[in-house]
Design a protein around this ligand. Structure first.
Ligand SMILES: [Zn+2]
Length: 680
């Protein structure tokens, strides 16, 4: 059941914030109720659906004008504000309806030309659908239960049984002028109706006030949900999840296969899996191959998840890299054939998008969203999950019959739909999955931020759960991490596996964790030295081995970056327990660069010094400054540049190495200049 989130106190707050103008107060309630719809994934997700309000405003001369405030194209209802609901003059839109045909270009131009604020975002491509209905508050959603109804072969019978005459039907047509016209005709033929079912697409309903309109969305959706719940068969026994290492290896093989045809340095997609028991029960169905061929529950999903998922059976998964690669190739060939069949219908031949899947159903693994970055992979997974739920319910009550290939193609290559994806240039590290050890420390986090700022997907490993949580919160959504004591045998491999299960693989390992232990070499306890080696050398060694295994499974190279130290070549008094493992790590860097170069794996490092809150605690800074007879600022700026070196400078240097596509076996010094401590 979809919960009613309306709260009078909240609604009042929205109105109070809007001031005394009645139009602004009505719009405030429209924004509030739009957000309530946006908050419920079973109503709309990720920019889907749209809401509107008709009202009378005063123009510059004080004359009244009728406008429709409509969601901006692609705006997310969950976060919408008044600015996201541009006002468009209604009369010119109504007049448009007197024309027999209106092209997309003319429709968009008329919408823009009649914006009250010419700097407002583009009104939704479904504006006319709202404009041609007379009601004040109109809501259009892709509610999960309504999508089940909309895709039944006998939808009309089911609607009559459930709603009588209260819900009128609108045959499928792509959004735009024609859908607006047909919607109006359907309502005018059934003026007693309180909503419309857009076949193969979604639901429209309305009300005279914001609350009534919102509650009608819920009432309709919940009526259908009740009906479905009574007919829903007992869930199948979930398909058994494969052991974690096999799942991780399957994802890495898929990731590599998806990028196999891309240029050598191009990023691989990020994968986000869903494997809860409901999803695994869906994957236990006997009719998966058939369902995988049917299509999407509502057409605007097609630009994010394509018409079909890649379906990997147990046999495909057991077949490993080769079998998975063959299935991916077959998918791409089938997509290309679909494109070649459909594209000639377009007056202007569109350019084919990547023929690779955006969604995979994998036996024993789960449903996998595929995207250029983790956010897009998550969106694909969310939509993919909703589609599987619609399919399962529809099959239980008559069948799942979405739109066919031609309608799907018209939507997939509709320029107004593609515009929702944006045209921003991809950031330089988009799609790169970066694992950082000691990730919640000063240098680790600064490095994470530097990579994230270039679009990378971050996986932090740290032993401190609180610091990890804070660090991840600072990075924002779509990054992840795990706590681990990486000095323990098996923990580095476990952390790398967790990263693979979360994002499908790994591209850049940053071996950053480290700690300095003081003590003269003559009296240093052996256990102290061994412990120092566990952290400052063996953890890096183990992480590197685990990373190389992933790189090989993906088959497209990779990178390992080390936080080295001047101690590696310049012994410091009392720093044997730090310098010895660092020297070994420095050697490891060069050895790995030598051995892995032919596989396209680059190995580089940073030599940083005097970083506040890195290895240097405030006490150490105070003590060292005092020992040199200078103040702290002078101590920290004690380099050729006379400027303090900050953690962010180290992060930027790691990024510089990551972007230097033909550099390996190299160490960048980030110490403000110190000729005496130069590495060579
Ligand atoms: Zn829609």
């Amino acid at each position: 059941m979809i919960e009613n989130r309306w709260q009078d106190a909240e609604a009042q707050m929205f109105q109070d914030d809007a001031g005394s103008d009645p139009a602004a107060r009505a719009l405030a309630l429209r924004v509030y109720s739009s957000r309530l719809i946006g908050a419920e994934p079973d109503l709309v997700m990720h920019g889907g659906g749209n809401t509107s309000l008709k009202l009378t405003m005063r123009d510059l001369y004080g004359d009244p004008m009728e406008v429709i405030c409509i969601k901006g194209s692609g705006t997310d209802l969950a976060r919408i504000d008044a600015r996201g609901m541009p006002a468009v003059r209604l009369d010119p839109l109504r007049r448009l309806r007197t024309l027999a045909v209106v092209s997309d270009a003319d429709m968009v131009n008329t919408l823009r030309a009649n914006l009250v604020d010419t700097t407002a975002p583009n009104p939704s491509v479904e504006t006319l659908l709202h404009a041609y209905l007379p009601q004040t508050y109109v809501n259009h959603t892709h509610a999960t239960p309504m999508l089940v109804l909309a895709n039944l072969p006998e939808a009309a019978e089911a609607v009559r049984e459930l709603f009588g005459e209260r819900l009128a039907l609108v045959d499928y047509v792509r959004p735009g002028f024609e859908l607006g016209r047909r919607t109006a005709q359907a309502f005018e033929a059934h003026p007693e109706a309180e909503g419309l079912l857009l076949l193969h697409h979604g639901h429209v309903t309305w009300g005279d006030d914001a609350r009534a309109a919102y509650e009608r969305v819920l009432a309709h959706a919940n009526l259908v949900e009740d009906w479905l719940a009574q007919r829903r068969p007992a869930p199948l026994k979930p398909s058994a999840a494969l052991p974690a290492p096999k799942r991780a290896a399957t994802l890495a093989a898929l990731r590599g296969a998806l990028a196999a045809d891309l240029p050598v340095d191009a990023p691989m997609p990020v994968l986000v899996a869903r494997d809860d028991s409901a999803m695994m029960a869906f994957l236990a169905r006997a009719d998966l191959s058939d369902l995988a061929s049917r299509g999407v529950a509502t057409p605007d999903h097609v630009i994010r998840i394509k018409g079909q998922p890649l379906h990997l059976t147990a046999a495909n998964v057991a077949g490993g890299t080769e079998a998975i690669g063959a299935k991916v190739t077959a998918f791409a060939e089938a997509y290309t054939a679909y494109f070649e069949t459909q594209a000639p219908r377009f007056a202007q031949r569109p350019e084919m998008v990547s023929p690779m899947p955006a969604l995979a159903w994998i036996d024993g693994v789960g449903l996998v969203g595929i995207g250029e970055d983790a956010a897009r992979a998550r969106i694909a997974a969310d939509l993919g999950v909703q589609n599987t739920r619609v399919m399962a319910d529809a099959e239980a009550v008559g069948g799942y019959r979405p739109i066919g290939a031609a309608d799907l193609f018209d939507m997939e290559y509709w320029p107004l739909e593609r515009a929702k994806l944006g045209t921003a240039k991809a950031p330089s590290l988009q799609g790169r999955v970066v694992l950082i050890t000691g990730g919640a420390g000063a240098i680790g986090l600064a490095t994470a931020q530097a990579f994230a700022a270039r679009g990378a997907t971050i996986f932090l490993v740290d032993r401190d759960p609180d610091a990890l949580e804070r660090g991840l919160a600072g990075l924002g959504p779509d990054h992840a991490g795990v706590t681990a004591d990486i000095t323990q045998t098996g923990e580095p491999a476990r952390a790398v596996e967790a990263c693979m299960l979360r994002f499908g693989g790994l591209d850049i390992l940053v071996n950053n964790a480290g700690a300095a232990i003081n003590g003269d070499v003559a009296t240093l306890p052996q256990e102290t030295l061994r412990a120092a080696f566990e952290l400052n050398f063996f953890s890096h060694f183990a992480f590197s081995q685990a990373a190389v295994a992933v790189f090989r499974a993906q088959g497209r190279g990779g990178q390992i970056l080390f936080n080295v130290s001047k101690q590696a070549v310049n012994p410091g008094k009392g720093f044997a327990a730090y310098g010895l493992p660092k020297a070994t790590t420095f050697f490891l860097l060069r050895q790995l660069a030598l051995e892995l170069g032919a596989e396209g794996v680059r190995v580089n490092g940073i030599n940083a010094d005097r970083i506040r809150s890195g290895l240097l605690t405030p006490e150490m800074i105070a003590a060292r400054a005092a020992a040199r007879g200078v103040d702290e600022a002078t101590y920290l700026g004690g380099n050729l540049l006379r400027r303090e070196v900050e953690a962010r400078h180290v992060g930027e240097a790691f990024v510089a190495l990551a972007l230097s596509e033909r550099t390996t076996g190299h160490v960048i010094t980030v110490d403000g200049g110190n000729i005496e401590a130069a590495l060579r």
